[in-house]
Design a protein around this ligand. Structure first.
Ligand code: ADP
Length: 466
């Protein structure tokens, strides 16, 4: 047999399924809300960014135009064709938020200028010196300024010595006199406040996003709970119905079974082979029905959480012997030999009846799906933290495509082959449930036409808290 392990896609209990669906819905709703929120915030932020910066651009361009005109007018009035020496005149250029202005002559030499913070002329002038802006070109620069006084409205105001990063928007414009280029004017506007505003806005928007994420998750969880309500109610009603129906069916079935036995023994019928045959068929069908009804009842109780669990410490070896003993006649009738390989005794903690039922289901399947002359073995072993049950057969095997589904309710792999051996596809669902309530795992290793091994692992500690 290939040593190929298959992780079983565990059959989720219904409450898990509802919780999972609800969680999924909550995730989907909240992601949708968050997506719109983030989109909204990005759009608002980008729009504000563009609008505010464009506004600053416009103001700076206006200021540059104004001050260029002031200088040109001054040159015209005083009939000068060069800028050299005008700095000592009464010409003062002052604008709102104007961080500096510099005027250079046609050769790029400093002629006049001023700045908001003294002692940084060299740094600032080097930024603009020689720069010939293209049409509508505006630069943005960041400079580190150390200052202890500031010039506001021509007055020098002492301040605490500090260092600041100043963001500047710089514009430049040529100055002409009678159509002749005489120099340049450069104006820098302090736009640090705009960037502070952007930073502040970002913090506010991010905080709002985080806050709304919480609100979105809460709203989504309420909405998904509401959506799941009717579905879960309907499912619960259906479960109750299956449980009640199976329960109600058991009594008439057992009455039918004992009536068939009684008819069997009546004088006229005993002697009639045809009637005997009919009764035998009836009896086998009623037994099959009784098995199905009792399987359904187990699963319905498992779904509603109403199945009683009795935890006890017991020797699983003893139970294994009993199961083998009760299955031997059936196995022999099918030409199958049963082997057992276990330690002398294996004390475990768990639900004795359920674990016995688990062994019975796995061994019964192994016998059912084995050919004449096949061998079936049950192995029990223990490790430090868990104990293991392995049921191996040399039967028809399970196709890899079917392996993940055999634990689903009413799933039977090859219907044409398995129909002949009876069963309703509920045995392994019950086995899976029994393993689940013991917090264990069940897996299958199988190859078609070679055989199958079912491996159950039950933790020693967790089973106690089941
Ligand atoms: P069923 O009553 O049909 O045996 P189960 O739930 O016990 O229902 O098993 C589901 C299906 O898994 C079976 O129909 C069969 O196809 C497959 N199966 C289970 N055990 C074995 C095995 N030992 N060998 C081959 N196939 C198996």
């Amino acid at each position: 047999m290939k040593n190929k392990w298959l992780k079983i896609n565990w059959f989720k209990s219904s409450s898990d399924l509802f919780q999972q669906t609800q969680r999924k819905l909550t995730m989907q709703y909240s992601s949708l809300i968050m997506l719109f929120l983030v989109l909204f915030i990005v759009v608002v932020y980008t729009l504000l960014y563009i609008v505010i910066l464009r506004d600053q651009h416009r103001e700076l361009e206006q200021l540059t135009r104004q001050e260029t005109r002031v200088i040109s007018d001054y040159l015209a009035e005083s009939a000068r064709n060069e800028l050299q020496g005008i700095g000592s005149q009464e010409l003062v250029l002052a604008g709102v938020d104007q961080f500096f202005y510099y005027v250079t002559d046609a050769d790029g030499n400093f002629v006049m200028g001023n700045e908001m913070v003294p002692n940084i002329r060299e740094d600032l002038f080097s930024l603009v010196s020689g720069w010939v802006p293209e049409r509508n070109q505006i630069r943005e620069e960041t400079i580190q300024v150390k200052f202890d006084e500031r010039r506001i409205g021509g007055k020098e105001i002492k301040e605490q010595p500090k260092s600041d990063t100043v963001r500047l928007m710089i514009d430049g414009s040529p100055i002409f006199y009678n159509g002749q280029f005489v120099g340049m004017i450069y104006i820098g506007k302090d736009i640090s406040f705009a960037y502070q505003l952007f930073q502040w806005l970002l913090v506010v928007l991010v905080s709002l996003t985080v806050l709304f994420a919480g609100v979105a998750i809460f709203i989504s969880s309420v909405m998904s709970k509401k959506a799941m309500g009717p579905i879960s109610n309907a499912f619960n009603r259906q479960k109750e119905f299956v449980g009640d129906a199976s329960h109600e069916l058991r009594t008439p079935l057992s009455v039918m079974l004992s009536s068939i036995d009684a008819i069997h023994m009546t004088d006229g019928v005993e002697a009639d082979p045809f009637a005997q045959k009919l009764l035998r068929n009836m009896k086998s069908e009623v037994k099959r029905m009784t098995g199905l009804v009792s399987d359904l009842l187990v699963l319905a109780r498992a779904d509603s959480g109403g199945a009683e669990r009795t935890l006890a410490s017991f020797d699983v070896r003893e139970e294994a012997d009993r199961v083998i003993e009760s299955l031997t006649p059936h196995a022999e009738a099918n030409g199958v030999s049963l082997e057992i390989e276990t330690p002398e005794s294996l004390p475990v903690m768990g639900d004795r009846e359920r674990l016995k039922q688990l062994m019975y289901i796995l061994l019964d399947n192994a016998v059912k799906y084995s050919p004449d002359g096949g061998r079936v073995s049950l192995q029990l072993s223990e490790a430090a933290r868990h104990w293991t049950m392995k049921v191996t057969d040399e039967g028809i095997g399970i196709h890899p495509d079917d392996q993940p589904r055999i634990f689903d309710r009413f799933y039977r792999s090859d219907k044409s082959r398995t129909r002949t051996v009876g069963g309703h596809g509920l045995g392994l669902s019950i086995a899976k449930w029994i393993v689940d309530i013991h917090h264990g795992t069940i897996s299958v290793e199988s190859e078609p036409e070679k055989g199958s091994t079912f491996i159950v692992t039950i933790p020693k500690e967790k089973a106690v808290s089941a």
